[in-house]
Design a protein around this ligand. Structure first.
Ligand code: NAD
Length: 411
């Protein structure tokens, strides 16, 4: 995944004619922390060694920012690639952060609540010297949630001796979390539908949607799509998918997952294999689970005219080319899912100022930033005659490169 991220960066750096010294500097992260620590299971005698990572790609323009994922196969390369993508993402929406990402190599679905809390607190202690409200601010990602962020904030605060809400974003509102952060990534994606639909001459009022992933991003994308009048016909998660060509009852599916953890067994739609969502006859496809799910083996089966990437890196480079050759319009991850980091930035600003905004203020500012970012990227795509992913990277890299050049080299 890291090789793909660097390959993509090199391709765009060449298109932009980026200064070779700056390009060299941006290819590698500024700081990487790899830790291993003991984790005691609830069955008291079992102690497992767990690996954790925190990678900070760019510290030029402010603190670093990025999620922490819990997944059984997460590794340093994946986290490094995602940290780099975070840098471009922050730059595209104009928030003053560099990119970071963290990971703990564990399957959260197999942990009890007490185990999840112990892993989180110990991992936080392992990285405590490299995080902080002015240095590096974690957030939720795959396999982590508001509760995990609350434990992280508590552990950090216990360590320094006073409450530090701004050390993390995506925490519960009771602890200084922002209203509307939970919904931000999914909602941000759906804000872009009218502009993207316009490009491919699609009427959003008649559009059908399939979503891969029904966690934070997929669930709130489904809810926002439903509220916007789009017809959500299929959603899937790690347990499989559900399909109803007449439109799903999104609220009922959400309630089912809330009560049963996964979609499997949901009674009011046809059960399908999770992978089937990619080949359904829909207008809009939203991958919102894990990376690499649209690949050369299934890219030609995609019937959607619009792919809006909720997950990070859901489309391999080969599949990206195949889709574009067939005229599919792709709104790339670093633009499409930037609503999460945008409201994370709002949350950090509110925590630092100790002054909280209303939901209307948060949502209106999110909409303004997302739609402006789309417009900017689309204008670059037209002016430079490139695809949206290349255009988004150009926008992201350009601002970072400018900042690097004016800061100069120390000493
Ligand atoms: P989550 O853990 O809340 O939900 C993940 C969803 O994907 C769940 O429905 C899960 O069942 C499903 N899933 C997990 N592994 C799968 C697999 N191997 N195959 C099929 N389905 C699988 O995670 P999330 O926060 O919604 O993140 C999803 C993606 O969006 C990730 O790529 C993440 O990096 C990206 N993202 C998240 C945010 C955010 O604010 N949470 C912001 C930007 C990007």
């Amino acid at each position: 995944m890291y090789r793909e991220a660097v390959g993509q960066f090199d391709r765009v750096a060449a298109v932009m004619g980026l200064d070779a010294n700056v390009a060299d500097r941006l290819r590698v992260p500024q700081k990487s922390t790899v830790v291993s620590f003991p984790f005691r299971h609830d069955t008291y005698n079992k102690v497992e060694t767990i690996f954790g990572y925190r990678v900070q790609h760019l510290t030029t323009m402010g603190p670093t920012k990025g999620g922490i994922r819990y997944a059984p196969d997460v590794d340093l390369g994946e986290v490094t690639a995602l940290a780099m993508l975070m840098t471009w993402k922050c730059s595209i929406v104009g928030v003053p952060f560099g990119g970071a990402k963290g990971g703990v190599r564990i399957d959260p679905m197999k942990l009890s609540r007490a185990e999840l809390q112990r892993v989180t607190r110990r991992f936080t202690m392992e990285i405590i010297n490299v995080i902080g409200p002015d240095t590096d601010i974690p957030a939720p990602d795959l396999g982590t949630n508001e509760q995990v962020m609350a434990w992280l904030m508590d552990t950090y605060s216990q360590h320094v001796g006073h409450a530090v809400p701004a050390v993390v974003t995506g925490k519960p509102p009771a602890l200084g979390g922002s209203v509307a952060r939970r919904e931000a990534t999914g909602r941000g994606l759906i804000f872009l539908v009218p502009q993207a639909a316009n490009v491919v001459d699609l009427n959003p009022a008649e559009a059908t949607v399939a979503i891969h992933g029904f966690g934070n991003v997929g669930l709130y994308a489904a809810i926002a799509a439903d509220q916007a009048g789009l017809k959500v016909v299929a959603v899937s998660d790690i347990s499989g998918g559900v399909y109803n060509p007449d439109g799903l009852d999104v609220a009922a599916a959400a309630k089912w997952v809330d009560e049963n953890r996964v979609l499997a067994g949901y009674p009011d739609a046809d059960a399908i294999e999770g992978e089937e969502v990619f080949s359904l006859d829909v207008d809009i496809l939203i991958p919102a689970a894990v990376q690499g799910v649209i690949h050369k083996g299934n890219a030609d089966d995609v019937k959607a005219r619009l792919v809006i990437e909720g997950a990070n890196n859901p489309t391999t480079l080969e599949a990206d080319d195949m889709l574009r050759e067939r005229g599919v319009f792709i709104v790339p991850d670093i633009l499409a899912n930037a609503g999460g980091v945008t409201v994370s930035y709002f949350e950090w600003v509110q925590d630092v100022q100790k002054y909280f905004w209303t939901e209307n203020e948060v949502v209106a500012r999110l909409r303004e930033i997302m739609t402006r970012a789309f417009e900017d990227v689309h204008s670059i795509a037209i002016a430079e005659n490139v695809d949206m992913r290349t255009a988004a990277l150009i926008k992201g890299i350009r601002r970072v490169a400018d900042a690097k050049l004016v800061r100069g080299v120390f000493p």
